[in-house]
Design a protein around this ligand. Structure first.
Ligand code: SF4
Ligand code: SF4
Length: 366
């Protein structure tokens, strides 16, 4: 908006001196061309922080800290008009991961107003990223939120102009059509699109510990009045995080379970203690790590023949018993291979690598 308004002035009268003092220049995509055309028209861009506007008769003096030149006492004299541009403040919901009462310094404060009013135990709205935008996997599947069947588009998701928002909405609409078709057939949504398997729980073994309910990244598990887990099929993405979380291993899928992966781990002819060592087991996430290993293979990169790789749905699905199985089978070490965890996570299932790391840090208790 600031650039547009500055251009209006320049179009009306090219002799008008127009300066934009900015802290962050947000001109993504085609906005970069817009920014350049403003420069060509003579709009001046100065990175700085305005300290004070001092009235001076019919004009004003704008004092600011010039962040490029490091001049803390910079000023623009005889300004006829000062416009304070207000930035967009996203309000996409509630940051369910934020520790309460410990707001980050300088973070955008978002009013927790829900327009969705969802019936998830984690909150009434879709989770947001720390900048206040709706959480989504911004590289692989940008429209998906952690609430299955809800797709965000346009500036709800990230800053963008109207043309980009229109295109974005088309993508989100296509995703929602796909989700409806999948739900009708009982199939999983992205990224295990088409998967007909579903987590089953053997309730007689359940200790009502609530780990599955708490760790499910998609809020797909509720509790009944006796505090047993109740799985919601249409919300579930089939990541297996609940299976990895369950300490008594009573959650399984028809085609993926603690036992099926355990059997793969154990099905090795381990050499003698002192020959052909060390033997390493890699549990590789099928979404990122395993394709990366495939690409390494296609590039003719070699890795040690002592390494055995088993693809898994997500590092969040790693049950610590698999580590015990591997060590009992004679492996010398186990490596979990997945995407980077943290703020800029790109986990297909939100926090698989983070959960894997936390579980491994407590492996001594297993
Ligand atoms: S498979 Fe994943 S999404 Fe489904 S209930 Fe388990 S943890 Fe939740
Ligand atoms: S993690 Fe396992 S034991 Fe705990 S509530 Fe879920 S199903 Fe029951």
């Amino acid at each position: 908006t600031s650039i547009k308004q500055a251009m209006y002035f320049k179009d009306a009268n090219p002799a008008v001196d127009t300066t934009i003092i900015y802290s962050d220049l947000r001109t993504p995509g085609n906005g970069e061309d817009f920014y350049r055309s403003a420069q060509e028209k003579g709009v001046i861009f100065t990175k700085g922080k305005v300290a004070e506007v001092v009235p001076n008769g019919a004009t004003s003096t704008v004092k600011f800290n010039d962040l490029i030149l490091g001049d803390t006492d910079a000023s623009i004299l005889d300004v006829d008009l000062v416009v304070l541009a207000t930035g967009q403040v996203p309000n996409s919901g509630i940051n369910i991961d934020a520790p309460t009462g410990a707001e980050e310094e300088g973070a955008v404060q978002v009013k927790p107003i829900s327009i969705l009013n969802l019936t998830y135990r984690q909150g009434k709205d879709v989770p947001q990223l720390k900048q206040g935008f709706t959480d989504s996997h911004f590289i692989c599947f940008p429209y998906e939120t952690r609430r299955t069947g809800i797709y965000t588009a346009g500036p709800v998701r990230r800053p963008m102009d109207i043309a980009q928002a229109r295109e974005d909405a088309t993508g989100a609409a296509l995703k929602s059509i796909q989700a409806l078709e999948n739900a009708e057939l009982g199939r999983a949504a992205h990224p295990r699109s088409g998967d007909l398997s579903f987590p089953k729980v053997r309730l007689e073994g359940c200790t009502q510990c609530k780990r599955c309910t708490v760790e499910c990244p998609f809020g797909a598990i509720d509790e009944d009045e006796k505090r047993f887990p109740v799985f919601n099929e249409s919300r579930c993405r089939r990541c297996g995080t609940c299976m990895g979380a369950c300490p008594v291993r009573v959650i399984s899928f028809e085609n993926y379970s603690v036992n099926t992966v355990g059997a793969q781990i154990k099905a090795v002819d381990m050499p003698d203690e002192f020959s052909e060592k060390p033997r390493i087991l890699i549990l590789a996430c099928e979404n990122d790590a395993y394709p990366a290993l495939d690409m390494a293979g296609m590039s003719r990169n070699e890795y040690s023949a002592f390494v055995r790789i088993i693809p898994i749905r997500c590092l969040g699905s790693v049950n610590t018993i698999w580590i015990t199985d591997a060590l009992n089978a004679g492996y010398d070490g186990v490596m979990l291979m997945g995407c980077k965890s943290g703020d800029e996570y790109q986990c297909h299932f939100v926090k698989g690598s983070e959960l894997g790391r936390v579980r491994m840090s407590k492996i001594d208790d297993t």
